[in-house]
Design a protein around this ligand. Structure first.
Ligand code: GLC
Length: 697
């Protein structure tokens, strides 16, 4: 069988069609400057804020002037689909993060961008890329990962896909990692952790994927609100990174001032004129607090993107693409590839032969559970639950469901019990009262952060009841982040993390449980044995320390075993990594590894490359992810995965020098199938000038 060769991150393929990479900035700058010259002060002011608090058909408008031929920005949420009318509800971003499939994420971004454009939108308020510092974060479901490299790869792919159709707005810049106190908290961080851990994925979206805008965060960083943060919005975003887009605030409390915000680099107040009202702006100019050139700078930035993207000449909106067959099929594929098989003591795939009796229990088994009811909420015309999926895909066996408050004694007759348990928008999510919540008779979905990572008591009881009365138990967990499972894991025979799997989640879960597909993903976060094993977490905190340690980095540093490590996931087959070759390339290292499917059926492998720096003159975490790929391999098939590691990715941020430094020390490139399974290594020493392959210890 010939051995194919695949790239872990094919930049050309990932970024194809991203209009942000092909705009004529010089022409846009020239035209924007000329236009600003011709504008009155009121016309300029109008470009610097949204129109009104409530969206119009899901669209938040900003700026625009028919007399001047300036189009309005028409912004639409969000990370899991278009929040405008009905739309394809994709699996949440954390689920897609588990796919470790950057080309899939590009396609999801492209599909969501298409549906936003179909609704008349021209800016997609996504992706959410705040790092998962702690899995208790209420909006964990909206982001991809606890790791900045993995996040950057997935987010850049999403941005490039979506920017085939619309502008994107990676958010929330920056360090918005806690929900309950997000409007007031200060994320306190040193420059090294800021640059090495909490910003690389934003930088990649800006520099590599040419994100057309960025949304600033509600919170403070080191005591200064992000919406008026000169270091973040000016020195780093503009001067360091060369960002050429505009910065819009988060809604309402994302803008805290007039002159300070504009001067720091906030360009648009959303969703409506409060701090950037005509009166406030005129007063700030009159008082001399606001330099007129700062107003012109902000207006120029906004017009630059409008002209560069020809927003005055939008393509025809084609509503037929919304929830089209292609997008629905993509939602299914994304859901299937995001499921993570965490335990399988022989219970899966489910036996589907005549006479087999499969019982399904749990209030979530047949509840639509797409994620939180915050700004990332999406309404699909059809959602398939896990129970419905099992009933649709079973061929010969019998699938029966029992009500939660019913008699479960007949479970003893079932060959297997499938328990669907987990979280809903009631236990986690963005906390803002939404029409949806109010429509539920005031059942205000608290959402917010989770202080405790365990299942709610009533969900644990479901599992315990099933275990007590069943011969075999398969647990399907729904949720947007890590859920601790140690209390009941030993008592169950299989465990699948399904996340919030989107409108096709029931089909995906059923096809995976019956073994029709074997395309499981891997964990984009660490699942600890206990929440106490992770960074200290206080959901009422007003000061949140951020440093180099969280997730697998924190667990490594403290020598703590996780329940399931970052990058972990089982399959119905097995894989072997071998023949690691590492050579110096122009920009760093060219890495190749042979991946063989050593099992009896096809499956998905996710080789991962971590780098450890030894003998460093500064503190270093034990290892950092610097590369990964995903391969679909037939039984017995082998392929070569090619990864590129750039020297720039191995640098640390030298706070004293205020810049990046490639340190002379020993670098160990470690390959494996999870952050705790790295059998292959290639060691190199850098002396400050050249690299030498080093003997492995
Ligand atoms: C919110 C969210 C942001 C969203 C915006 C518009 O408060 O923080 O992610 O895009 O409002 O809905």
């Amino acid at each position: 069988m010939s051995v194919t060769r695949a790239q872990g991150f094919d930049r050309l393929a990932v970024h194809a069609g991203n209009r942000g990479l092909s705009v004529d900035h010089a022409d846009a700058a020239r035209r924007a400057a000329a236009l600003v010259e011709s504008m009155t002060l009121e016309q300029k002011f109008h470009e610097l804020r949204g129109w009104q608090r409530q969206p119009i058909d899901g669209l938040y408008y900003a700026g625009g002037d028919d007399d001047l031929g300036i189009p309005a920005l028409r912004m639409v949420d969000g990370p899991r689909g278009a929040r405008a009318g009905k739309a394809t509800a994709f699996p949440v971003a954390m689920a897609r993060g588990a796919s470790f499939d950057v080309m899939l994420e590009r396609r999801v971004g492209l599909a969501i961008g298409r549906e936003v454009a179909a609704r008349g939108g021209n800016v997609l308020l996504a992706p959410t890329i705040n790092l998962l510092r702690h899995p208790g974060w209420g909006r964990a479901q909206e982001t991809y990962s606890e790791d900045p490299h993995h996040m950057g790869a997935m987010a850049a792919a999403f941005v490039s896909g979506a920017q085939n159709h619309v502008l994107t707005s990676p958010k929330h810049f920056a360090l918005n990692n806690l929900e309950n106190t997000r409007f007031e908290l200060s994320a306190d961080v040193g420059m090294r952790a800021l640059h090495e851990v909490y910003l690389p994925h934003f930088k990649r979206c800006v520099q590599e994927a040419a994100a057309a805008s960025v949304m600033s965060a509600y919170n403070k960083v080191n005591g200064v609100y992000c919406g008026e943060h000169p270091l973040l919005l000016g020195d780093i975003l503009r001067v360091d990174w060369g960002f050429q887009g505009f910065v819009e605030s988060d809604w309402i409390l994302g803008t805290r001032s007039t002159a300070a915000a504009l001067t720091a680099g906030l360009d648009i107040e959303m969703p409506a004129p409060y701090r950037f009202s005509d009166q406030s702006l005129a007063q700030a100019l009159a008082d001399g607090d606001l330099d007129p050139r700062v107003v012109d700078r902000a207006v120029t930035r906004v017009l630059h993107q409008k002209l560069a993207w020809n927003l005055d000449r939008p393509g025809p909106a084609d509503p037929s693409v919304v929830e089209c067959d292609e997008h629905v099929a993509l939602a299914l594929e994304a859901a299937e590839k995001s499921l993570v098989l965490l335990k399988n003591a022989g219970a899966l795939p489910l036996d589907d032969r005549d006479g087999v009796d499969i019982a399904v229990v749990g209030n979530l088994a047949d509840e639509v559970n797409l994620g939180d009811r915050g700004s990332s909420f999406v309404t699909s015309s059809q959602v398939t639950t896990v129970l419905a999926g099992l009933q649709l895909h079973v061929k010969h066996a019998r699938v029966r469901s029992l009500p939660v408050d019913g008699d479960w004694s007949s479970l003893a007759d079932a060959d297997v019990t499938v328990v669907v348990a987990g979280l809903t928008y009631r236990e986690e999510g963005e906390f803002i009262p939404t029409a949806q919540q109010e429509a539920e008779g005031g059942a205000l979905a608290r959402g917010g952060d989770r202080a405790d990572l365990a299942l709610p008591e009533h969900q644990r009881e479901l599992i315990e009841r099933a275990v007590a009365q069943s011969r075999r138990v398969v647990v399907v967990l729904e949720g947007g982040s890590a859920i601790t499972v140690d209390e009941w894991l030993d008592a169950v025979d299989a465990l699948v993390m399904a996340w919030y799997p989107g409108r096709e989640g029931g089909h995906a879960a059923a096809r995976a449980l019956f073994g029709e597909v074997n395309v499981f993903g891997r964990l984009p976060l660490s699942i600890p044995r206990s929440g106490a094993d992770l960074v200290p977490w206080d959901v009422a905190a007003l000061h949140v320390p951020h440093d180099l340690l969280h997730g697998y980095r924190y667990l490594d540093h403290h020598g703590t075993e996780p329940a399931f490590p970052f990058g972990f996931g089982l399959s119905y087959t097995t894989f072997e990594l071998s023949d690691l070759t590492v050579t110096r390339s122009g920009v760093g290292f060219a890495v190749e590894v042979r991946v063989t499917n050593t099992g009896a059926r096809e499956g998905s492998a996710v080789p991962q490359l971590y780098v450890s720096c030894r003998n460093s003159s500064v503190f270093r975490v034990d290892k950092e992810l610097k590369g990964f790929g995903r391969l679909e391999l037939a039984a017995g098939e082998a392929a070569i995965l090619a990864l590129e590691i750039r020297d720039d990715d191995l640098r640390y941020f030298d706070e004293a020098a205020g810049g990046w430094r490639l340190e002379p020390c020993r670098y160990e490139l470690r390959l494996g199938q999870s952050s705790r399974d790295l059998p292959l290594m290639s060691a190199w020493t850098f002396d400050g000038v050249s690299w030498q392959a080093a003997a492995s210890p």
